[in-house]
Design a protein around this ligand. Structure first.
Ligand SMILES: CC(C)(COP(=O)(O)OP(=O)(O)OC[C@H]1O[C@@H](n2cnc3c(N)ncnc32)[C@H](O)[C@@H]1OP(=O)(O)O)[C@@H](O)C(=O)NCCC(=O)NCCS
Length: 166
């Protein structure tokens, strides 16, 4: 079985018996919650604002997930709107060394302020690729700077992922 190599590996989790449904497979809601977290990791990577999930759609459970599977959720940002960030998440189960694509979904997040009110993504956008894509000038350097400052201060002790550089 071919490994999924789309987006970046956002999270990896082991499936435990506490999460099984009546059929003995992992409950879909548990997988959804991992998908939600994985998409949020991808969204937060490009934007420093607090985000909330506004929708999860096109969820496709292709294959059952078993106890003992190691799930990897691959995620990438596919669109940035005024206040929203759309992500695509692919879930792959490592089952005794075989890689099985089990689920995929599109999850949308909205950037919010402390009061939970939606705010523009652009003011917190720290990803150069997306800034260019959206035609954002260097005028709004505050978000860029704060993003850089964070990664610089942590860079000395953090190990980087060889696959995605995160
Ligand atoms: C997210 C929330 C703040 C948005 O409120 P709002 O700003 O009044 O909503 P809007 O209708 O103006 O939409 C805001 C953005 O979300 C997008 N959006 C709204 N509903 C959507 C949906 N069902 N699917 C995809 N995108 C959606 C809009 O297109 C818009 O994007 P844009 O600014 O990039 O164009 C509000 O709906 C909320 O608080 N929801 C609960 C969030 C939450 O608690 N999530 C945790 C799970 S319970």
């Amino acid at each position: 079985m071919k490994k999924i190599r789309k987006g970046c590996p956002a999270i990896r989790v082991v499936m435990f018996p506490k999460d099984i449904n009546g059929a003995g497979n992992i409950f879909g809601g548990v997988i959804l919650s991992h998908i939600d977290v994985a998409g949020a990791v991808a969204a937060r990577k490009i934007c420093s604002h607090r985000i909330v999930t506004v929708s999860a759609k096109e969820v496709e459970f292709k294959k059952p997930v078993h106890v003992g599977d190691i799930l990897t959720c691959w995620a990438e940002v596919t669109a940035v709107g005024t206040t929203s960030i759309t992500t695509k998440v692919w879930v792959e189960a490592d089952r005794d060394g075989k890689f099985v694509p089990v689920t995929e979904a599109e999850v949308v997040y909205v950037a919010v302020d402390k009061a939970g009110k939606s705010i523009p993504v652009a003011s917190g956008l720290r990803d150069e690729k997306w800034r260019k894509k959206l035609g954002l000038s260097d005028g709004d350097k505050s978000a860029k700077k704060s993003g850089k400052a964070k990664s610089k201060s942590k860079g000395k002790t953090r190990r980087k992922c060889k696959s995605c550089g995160a």
